[in-house]
Design a protein around this ligand. Structure first.
Ligand code: SF4
Length: 693
């Protein structure tokens, strides 16, 4: 058996693993205890990741559709690529360049994300490129950047969690989303640290907590303001830190003081004594961290919500010091790198703003084009999909590594919009629900079959190394981009070799906020990953940011002046219950890969509706009975799971499935005005027994 060190294809932890390939073709996933992030531990998804490598579980031949309503049939690569080039070219000629859209994914490697952005802007010259990471942690990214001048999910290594004094975890459930990370929270408590979990559900993570606060969905912002009010009222402000390392405390204070704890208790359902206990626990600890995840971020006020939690850190001096800070538990495998390298509508590689003339000039030089040829910012992910097939919107779309028919908000509407496109091309490993709507489907190589870097939630750049040859009939996305560029008249600048692509990415990122200039494949192999920024080859990388100064022009962090506002949709007589959505441990994101793994399907075979016994009793529902859940956007049918782990005013659905139980048929695409994040985490629904509907 030959073994290769690599990383899991799924979540942002990017657990280290060893892939063993036997002569007969069998593949084994082995532990790699020396990789510091997961120290050998893998969750069930990682342990079974080899299942999707089997040709039986995936696409191995391109598919094309004859006519918009024809059936998908097998085709050769030249025919499929030619159809894609023609479809994109024809649309640009008829409707203009911005009528061609590109939609990427937070699971693509850095090299793919970089070249996909370059393809959109240099070959297609469209402004309309965005990616599914917009749906993931864009609110945290916006708030992080506003407060500290730089956004890196965790500005410290994950292991620091075990050594801090107190963690407030808001809207995150690592026990289900990244189980190996849970050891750091356990070690935190073993070391005498305290854990406060804020979540409407009593999750498996919340069960570990010293204190669990269960706010009404959509009220985290009010809760953070109420807690800041108590910090001030109880004299717990770190005056020296605030005066020497921050700006904007007064306006933030004025807003917090308007949020009386009793008012906040009415809004959130969290009692004043519980808030006070949390505040004292956090402020009085020597060191502390606030960590947010999707529960806090996926709201139409997500940026303000994260800003309010950062305010709390700043007020008590828990940022920019060893063992303290704010961080975001990113979701997707390359959610961090995916947003750094130019597949986001408003950004160029190196985390540069697309509106910054100096950044445009630098990238244009690396790409060998005139800065004026670079398009400006385009539509965000949901807005891109929402305009599909419409006048003034996109008419053709190239989609790589994403499955919005399951993962986008108001997913039924999104699927309709995609059907209205003149042309849709999808590159994916499997025939996902979105790929089924395409005119051309390109079967792509996957994690164990191609080398490439990702950047985990800590900002650690790591290397997934190819261990296997892709099945015959499958090509890498880099090959596809090179061939499409050539088909559209650009013969240079799209290397198929990932290391060559990475070398160009390093030059493009040099001097930018996310500086990879000193990171090479060789160093990553030798050092178990390198933390950015790393401006030159002699630089050790930067595991901990902001210790001396924040990345703002004057080195000081910024408070955010924010106020509570209701969610875009609150319960009423017609839709009287809150819906919140999330993940289960045995499925990943849209489930396109994990639903094809027998062990995972057995453990998590389908959607369900979690509801409290009081609500179940009111509805006359018993455990396992089918329920119909309706919102203003659609309906979903799934069995009841009765549990007192959820608030009586709220139901929860996991979002990994298509079909009748698709949770995202219900969710609300109301957007955060800053980050353009949709409001996945709260909307109003009605619930009834399916037999009654
Ligand atoms: Fe893979 Fe995430 Fe599980 Fe680790 S925690 S094995 S990276 S899915």
């Amino acid at each position: 058996m030959t073994t290769t060190d690599t990383h899991c294809p799924y979540c942002s932890l990017q657990c280290g693993m060893r892939l063993g390939a036997e002569r007969g073709g069998a593949v084994q996933i082995l532990e790699r205890p020396e990789f510091p992030v997961n120290r050998g531990a893998l969750c069930g998804k990682g342990r079974t990741a080899a299942a999707v490598l089997s040709p039986a579980a995936r696409l191995t031949v391109p598919l094309v559709r004859d006519g918009r309503r024809g059936r998908l049939r097998e085709a050769s690569w030249p025919e499929a690529l030619d159809r894609v080039a023609q479809g994109l070219r024809r649309t640009a000629q008829r409707h203009g360049r911005d009528a061609v859209g590109v939609f990427g994914g937070g699971g693509l490697t850095n090299e793919k994300a970089y070249l996909l952005g370059k393809f959109a802007r240099v070959v297609l010259r469209t402004a309309n490129i965005d990616y599914n990471g917009r749906f993931c942690m864009s609110s945290a990214a916006a708030a992080h950047k506003a407060a500290f001048g730089l956004d890196r999910g965790l500005p410290f290594p994950l292991a620091d969690i075990a050594r801090t004094g107190c963690v407030i975890l808001v809207g995150g459930n690592p026990a289900e989303t990244m189980p190996p990370a849970l050891r750091y929270f356990r070690e935190l408590r073993e070391n005498g640290g305290r854990l406060i979990v804020i979540d409407p559900r009593r999750t498996r993570t919340a069960e570990l907590a010293d204190l669990h606060l269960r706010p009404v969905p959509g009220t985290d912002l009010a809760l953070a303001l109420g807690m800041l009010h108590l910090v001030i009222a109880e004299g717990l402000v770190d005056e020296e830190f605030v005066s020497t390392r921050t700006r904007g405390f007064e306006p933030a204070t004025a807003s917090a003081m308007a949020h009386w704890p009793e008012r906040v208790e009415r809004l959130t359902g969290v009692s004043v004594p519980a808030m006070r206990e949390a505040v004292r626990m956090f402020a009085q600890a020597e060191t502390g961290m606030v960590l947010t995840a999707r529960g806090a971020e996926q709201h139409s006020k997500g940026t303000d919500t994260v800003g309010a939690w950062i305010n709390l850190c700043l007020a008590v001096g828990k940022a920019g010091r060893p063992g303290s800070g704010y961080g975001c538990l990113t979701g997707q495998g390359n959610g961090q790198g995916g947003r750094e390298h130019g597949q986001k509508a408003d950004q160029l590689p190196g985390y540069r703003s697309i509106e910054d003339p100096a950044a445009r000039a630098h990238i244009a030089e690396v790409w060998g084009i005139d800065p004026d040829e670079l398009p400006g910012p385009g539509r965000s992910a949901y807005e891109l999909l929402d305009t599909a097939g419409q006048d003034g919107g996109i008419r053709a779309l190239l989609l790589m590594g994403s499955n919005p028919v399951v993962s986008a908000p108001r997913a039924g509407h999104v699927a309709e919009r995609l059907r209205e496109l003149d042309f849709l091309a999808v590159s994916d490993v499997v025939l996902s629900e979105t790929a089924r709507l395409a005119d051309v489907v390109l079967p792509s190589a996957q994690w164990a079959e191609e080398t490439g870097t990702t950047t985990n939630l800590e900002g650690r750049v790591i290397l997934r190394q190819a261990a296997l040859t892709p099945p015959q009939g499958v090509r890498t996305d880099l090959h596809v981009l090179r061939e499409l560029a050539a088909g559209l008249g650009v013969d240079k600048g799209f290397p198929e070799d990932p290391e060559e692509a990475f070398e160009e990415l390093r030059r493009a990122c040099a001097g930018g906020p996310a500086d990879y200039a000193g990171i090479s494949y060789q160093r990553i192999r030798a050092e178990d990953g390198v933390f950015w920024p790393c401006p030159d080859e002699h630089h050790p990388g930067t595991p901990r940011l902001f210790l001396d100064r924040f990345a703002t022009p004057d080195g000081r962090a910024r408070f955010a002046a924010v106020s509570h506002r209701p969610s875009a949709e609150e319960p009423d007589d017609e839709y009287p219950v809150y819906l919140t959505t999330g993940r289960v441990v045995s499925q990943y994101q849209s489930g396109a890969q994990t639903r094809r793994v027998p062990e995972l399907n057995e453990a998590a075979p389908g959607p369900f509706v979690e509801l409290h016994p009081h609500l179940a009793q009111r509805l006359g529902v018993t455990d396992g009975e089918l329920l119909t859940v309706r919102s203003r956007r659609g309906r979903a049918v799934a069995p009841a799971r009765v549990t007192d782990a959820i608030r009586p005013d709220t139901v929860f659905m996991p979002f990994h499935w298509d079909g009748a139980g698709r949770a995202n048929s219900l969710t609300n695409p109301a957007l955060d005005p800053v980050s353009r994040m949709p409001e996945f985490k709260v909307c109003a629904v009605s619930v009834e027994r399916a037999a009654a509907s």
